[in-house]
Ligand binder design. Structure first.
Ligand code: ATP
Ligand code: MG
Ligand code: MG
Length: 350
């Protein structure tokens, strides 16, 4: 059978591996860190750095297609991998989502709404950006931010120097603070033949910058729900995307604003494991393997709750609830802020 290569051995890589195995594929994980969560379920693991050309070549030679669980793959590694095997989703999606300015420009060019933003590469740029974007606002590093890391909030213009110092003199974007009522996300998928399937939007609550819960159904009226799905399809088609993508949205009285896109399976899509016949992980593997997409219809209401750090120690208590699907990542140390697992509490569909 065919082998799916996965860059990244975290929990997303692990759940992709499980889905691939279920479909009869073998999986090969490429991961620089030792003892990755995906290593326990994959058929093969290469432990090497993205600078190691021989290791990248060796990995690519053993697989039929390459996909990934995270968007910060170095361009130099892609240069090597792409010449050997197809990498899906393709490079344009990575380039677009790796840099918040490129991402916002892409979304704006598509006619979608984003928060007011300005590029910031110097302290002078920041002062100019505060003039155009205003306060309150959020300074974010253009690259490598996740779980709210690499962000500094400005309540007033005199906090500019502090915010700039905090982020360590790296290229940033200043974003106007959006007064949203709530946050939702759409998990969308596009196949190699251009078929698009979107899951029902979920409503997301963050705690300390990390996703806490995703609730289905989200509070959205019919037209908002339609908008969310249509704009996701627009993004997928514009990128000629292949695979699953997460699209994070702010709900405001003026309409939906796109916060960011993630070119991969997404934490806010974990509810699909217990809420749909075909979950986001299987959907992603189907897409990158060149298969038709599965049915993404939701059959239940779901509340997905992340188990962060010590919260995973409640597992024996949580396991007593028969309507809870447990998903544990097999990580040994429950460090603060570390995603250890998640639970999907299901109830009849409303
Ligand atoms: P992720 O882990 O989702 O990749 P991230 O580190 O890339 O997160 P963002 O999604 O940009 O960060 O921001 C994290 C959270 O901070 C958002 O989900 C939202 O709650 C809040 N936030 C971000 N940007 C804004 C904004 N412009 N206005 C208001 N709140 C915001
Ligand atoms: Mg992000
Ligand atoms: Mg986000």
């Amino acid at each position: 059978g065919a082998t799916i290569g996965i860059l990244g051995g975290g929990q997303l890589g692990r759940m992709l591996s499980v889905a691939a195995s279920r479909l009869g594929f073998k999986t090969h994980i490429f991961e620089p860190g030792a003892n990755p969560p995906a290593g326990h379920v994959a058929d093969q693991v290469t432990t090497a750095s993205y600078e190691d050309e021989a290791a990248l070549r060796g990995f690519a030679d053993t697989v039929d297609v390459i996909t990934f669980e995270f968007e910060n793959i170095p361009a130099s590694a892609l240069d090597i991998l792409e010449t050997i095997r197809p990498v899906l989703p393709a490079r344009n999606a990575l380039a677009t989502s790796q840099d918040r300015i490129v991402e916002k420009q892409f979304l704006t060019d598509l006619g979608l709404d984003v928060a007011p933003f300005a590029n910031v590469e110097t302290p002078d740029d920041l002062n100019a950006a505060i003039e155009t974007v205003g306060v309150p606002s959020i300074l974010k590093t253009r690259r490598f931010g996740y779980d709210g890391k690499g962000q500094s909030r400005l309540k007033s213009a005199d906090q500019a120097a502090r915010a700039w110092a905090e982020l360590g003199n790296t290229p940033c974007v200043l974003e106007g603070f959006v007064d949203f009522s709530h946050e939702v996300s759409v998990i969308g998928a596009r196949s190699q033949s251009g078929e698009v399937v979107c899951y029902d939007p979920g409503e997301n609550v963050h705690r300390d910058g990390i996703l806490h819960t995703t609730t289905l159904p989200a509070k959205l009226n019919v037209s908002q729900r339609m908008d969310a799905v249509i704009l996701t399809g627009k993004i997928l088609n514009a990128l000629e995307y292949v695979g699953v993508m997460g699209v994070e949205l702010f709900v405001t009285p003026q309409g939906l604003l796109v916060n960011e896109i993630a070119p991969r399976v997404h934490n806010s899509g974990h509810w699909t494991q217990n809420g749909c016949a075909i979950d986001q992980f299987e959907q992603h593997i189907r897409a990158v393997a060149g298969w038709p997409l599965g049915d993404g219809q939701r059959h239940s209401n779901v509340v997905m709750t992340n188990l962060i750090g010590d919260e995973v120690l409640n597992v024996s208590e949580l396991s007593k609830d028969a309507s809870v699907g447990l998903h544990l990542y097999g990580k040994s140390e429950p460090k603060a802020g570390r995603k250890m697992g998640h639970v999907n509490k299901i109830s009849p569909k409303s």
